[in-house]
Design a protein around this ligand. Structure first.
Ligand SMILES: *Cc1c(COP(=O)(O)O)cnc(C)c1O
Length: 400
């Protein structure tokens, strides 16, 4: 499938343009076609018997994927530096399928306290119901996680930076502790993306992406991807197929198309986000900006050591204000819209309350006056227009 097969490894900027496609296997057409399929036909009994023996090698049945799915999977695996990838119908499905693949009744999971809230819900409701225990750990625990590993600890789940509050984890230290005890590590790398955080170089076993965010990049499809080493592939693929999780071909195509511009979009999202963060730091209305790529952020040293870039998602704590003042600011924003998700081309602003999905990490943090927390996503608009929009919002806040 990939025109990169058998050639010297390329730089990431090049990989996003070349991985997962082979025009001359397809009439010279630049992009792979979208195959819509449920039934796949076998010409002879021998072909059928062959396929039944190895359903994961080749085109077998729609739910197992089509050449469009495989092109997307191959491209992401190559860019992320993994051996294999498996597409799922959403980012959350990538997470729940990967957890399900390795856990059985009686197992124990170490889950980062700042994990994406629906992942937490899966642990607290589904996994608990299946007799699997979850312990939440402080995202800043580092190598001390060794003290939480039990005989029945099967896996450690990381998400770095953490959802909503962006604590950067010491991934290599946690991986070292896990490896010493034979425990698997799974990372939700949605913020880092396969370009800005190289999970496999850092020793992570399984990397998960909500492709819905930056990979699709246009707020128009739900898609997830599990990236892994060869040795974990069969178990993961078998679980995804057994759970009946099957992303549609059009969504895989949108994921593949998004990948081609991932590098340039991310660079711009990251640059605009950092400029906004610096501008917000200078504002009187703001108590603190939380952005791991800001030099005075507590996460900065680890971000600098482990990441090759930033994306456009960060947060700020406002000084305490009334609900009506906050509404006056948010209701009339022009370019910043309120909505869940992120990674698309437009800027977003969202009031968030991490205190409802934390047990080990206090919120508001020490020293904060507990004003509203707003998550911002820097889109692809002009920076001056975005600043003007925020400035007008602050003026409404002050006037109410
Ligand atoms: C959005 C998100 C997910 C889930 O992705 P969906 O495609 O919405 O299911 C998982 N992890 C993180 C960090 C996210 O932001």
């Amino acid at each position: 499938m990939s025109r990169n097969k058998g050639k010297a490894p390329k730089a990431p900027k090049t990989q996003v343009t070349t991985a997962g496609r082979d025009p001359f296997a397809n009439f010279g057409i630049v992009n792979p076609p979208v195959y819509h399929a449920s039934t796949v036909l076998f010409k002879t009994l021998a072909d059928l018997n062959d396929a039944v023996k190895k359903p994961f090698d080749g085109v077998y049945y729609g739910r197992f994927g089509t050449p469009t799915t495989f092109a997307f999977e191959e491209a992401v695996a190559e860019i992320a530096g993994g051996d294999k990838a498996i597409a799922t119908s959403s980012g959350l499905a990538a997470i729940t399928c990967a957890l399900t693949a390795f856990l059985k009744s009686g197992d124990h999971v170490l889950m980062v306290d700042t994990v994406y809230q629906p992942t937490r819900k899966f642990c607290d409701e589904m996994l608990k119901g299946f007799g699997i225990e979850t312990t939440y750990y402080d995202p800043l625990i580092g190598g001390d996680i060794a003290q939480l590993i039990r005989d029945n600890t099967k896996l450690i789940f990381l998400e770095s930076p953490g959802s909503l509050t962006f604590e950067v984890q010491d991934v290599p230290a946690i991986v070292a502790a896990a490896k010493a005890k034979g425990v698997l590590t799974l990372l939700d790398n949605t913020w880092g993306t396969p370009l800005n955080f190289k999970a496999f170089d850092k020793g992570i076993d399984i990397s998960l992406e909500a492709a819905t965010k930056y990979i699709v990049g246009h707020a128009d499809a739900m898609l997830g991807i599990i990236i892994c080493r060869e040795k974990h592939y069969k178990q993961l693929k078998s679980t995804v197929v057994t759970l009946g999780n099957s992303p549609g071909p059009d969504d895989c195509y949108l994921g593949l198309r998004g990948l081609r511009t991932l590098d340039v979009r991310l660079a711009r999202h990251g640059e605009t986000g950092l400029q906004l963060a610096k501008w917000l730091e200078s504002r009187d209305e703001v108590e603190r900006v939380i952005h791991p790529a800001l030099p005075n952020d507590p996460g900065y040293p680890l971000w600098k050591r482990d990441f090759t870039g930033t994306c456009g998602l960060f947060a700020m704590i406002l000084k305490p204000v009334s609900d009506s003042a906050l509404a006056a600011m948010l209701d009339e924003m022009d370019l910043f819209s309120m909505g869940f998700s992120w990674g698309g081309f437009e800027s977003l602003i969202l009031p968030i309350k991490p205190e409802y999905c934390r047990t080990e990490t206090p919120w508001p943090p020490a020293g904060s006056k507990g004003g509203p927390l707003l998550r911002l996503h820097a889109g692809l608009e002009d920076i001056d227009d975005l600043i003007a929009d925020l400035e007008a919002g602050f003026a409404r806040l002050a006037a109410t």
